[in-house]
Write a protein that binds this ligand. Structure first.
Ligand code: NAP
Length: 348
């Protein structure tokens, strides 16, 4: 298969670097274009960006010249990891110019006509795109992925939606890598828990309802469940852990819930999309220190792990869930979105 050329808006930032790493050797996409602010434009990537991930930037990328974030030379499909203060207008300009913008920024997630896409959960939300293009006069389109903490929660709840989710209380323990670089001051986070992440709880509540909602002609009808989030930053480098209590409108048994979690599979698995985890949700029966699974390598950080499923004396059931925040919650999520767009014919 000849590879599809892709670009990254915000390539020099923390999430941009995760995109570069995740796309390295990708079987469907070839990274050929890097965009960032005018501070970086005109420089070789290796000069413009301070590489924060393990190892070094791939050679093929280190030598590319960073360009201004303007449509023109960019390939048809661009991943966006720009600072939220500039993403609205720039992403819209690219969509207007005919580009498919696969965004990781918060700016357009809650727009009525923009899919907040998780291919393992709501691939049908892509049906919003024709209306988006008509209403905005765009030849291109914008598709978004959720906030990293929302991703963990929705991946754990999706298999359980069939039991009628009525109320959810979730408490997060979020890694410092989710705050970008330099992120949280070391004197704030070392040996500490920070019980506040600005805007995060509201995002988690609304995004969860939209992702688990259903397509209704020109918008997404949000899931009617009430969701209450408590968001905390903890001294962990990567990986957002959440504890969840759920009330159901039906009366599932423990075996029903475990079976739903363990057998969950959706469109990315049916179509064997390159970044799709073989088992998107993996149940861990151990109370602590789960054993490594044989297929962990294949999942490249894209699976969500659920464990400690037990009765909740206030709601019905409670459990713990964990996902990789910068892979499943950021770059990997957006790349999987692009793979779904390709398989749906949106990149033709
Ligand atoms: P970051 O490290 O600060 O990177 C920001 C990027 O935006 C840089 O490439 C920067 O380019 C670019 N930029 C800034 N001003 C620009 C302009 N006027 N025109 C074009 N590009 C411009 O931020 P980050 O942590 O990677 O986060 C990027 C986005 O992803 C944010 O919207 C964030 O909310 C979202 N997000 C982050 C995470 C995470 O785990 N960090 C998770 C989910 C979502 P220069 O280097 O040239 O300034």
């Amino acid at each position: 298969m000849s590879k599809i050329e892709v670009g990254i808006l915000g390539a020099t930032g923390m999430v941009g670097q995760h995109f570069i790493k995740f796309l390295d050797g990708h079987p469907m996409f070839r990274l050929t274009w890097l965009g960032a602010s005018e501070r970086s434009a005109g420089k070789r990537y290796a000069e413009a960006a301070k590489w924060h991930l393990g190892g070094t930037a791939p050679d093929a990328v280190a030598g590319l010249t960073v360009e201004e974030a303007k449509p023109g030379n960019a390939p048809q499909i661009v991943f966006s990891a720009m600072d939220a203060s500039v993403a609205t207008e720039i992403e819209q300009a690219f969509a207007h110019a005919g580009h498919v913008v696969v965004s990781n920024s918060k700016n357009h997630r809650m727009d009525r006509d923009v899919p907040l896409l998780v291919p393992d959960i709501n691939p049908d939300h892509l049906k919003l795109i024709p209306g988006q293009q008509r209403a905005r006069g765009w030849k291109g389109q914008i598709v978004t992925n959720p906030n990293c903490s929302t991703m963990v929660l929705t991946m754990a709840l999706a298999p359980l939606k069939q039991f009628g989710i009525a109320r959810v209380v979730v408490t997060t323990m979020q890694a410092v890598s989710g705050a970008g670089y330099p992120g949280v001051a070391s004197m704030d986070i070392v040996g500490n828990v920070i019980p506040f992440i600005g805007g995060e709880e509201e995002k988690m509540q609304q995004e969860t309802q939209k992702i688990l909602g259903h397509f209704a002609a020109d918008h997404i009808e949000p899931l009617a469940a009430k969701v209450s989030a408590h968001c905390n930053r903890v001294a962990v480098v990567d990986g957002h852990t959440v504890t969840v209590s759920v009330e159901f409108s039906s009366d599932p048994s423990e075996a029903d819930l475990r079976n739903a979690l363990e057998t969950y599979s959706s469109v990315p698995q049916e179509r064997n999309l390159p970044s799709a985890p073989k088992r998107p949700v993996q149940y861990m029966p151990e109370a602590d220190r789960p054993q490594p699974r044989k297929d962990a390598e294949r999942d490249r950080g894209m699976a969500t792990f659920v464990g400690r499923l037990r009765p909740c004396p206030v709601f019905d059931w409670k459990f713990v869930a964990l996902s990789h925040n910068t892979i499943r919650g950021a770059a990997g999520a957006a790349v999987l979105n692009a793979e779904l767009l390709h398989s749906e014919g949106h990149l033709d």
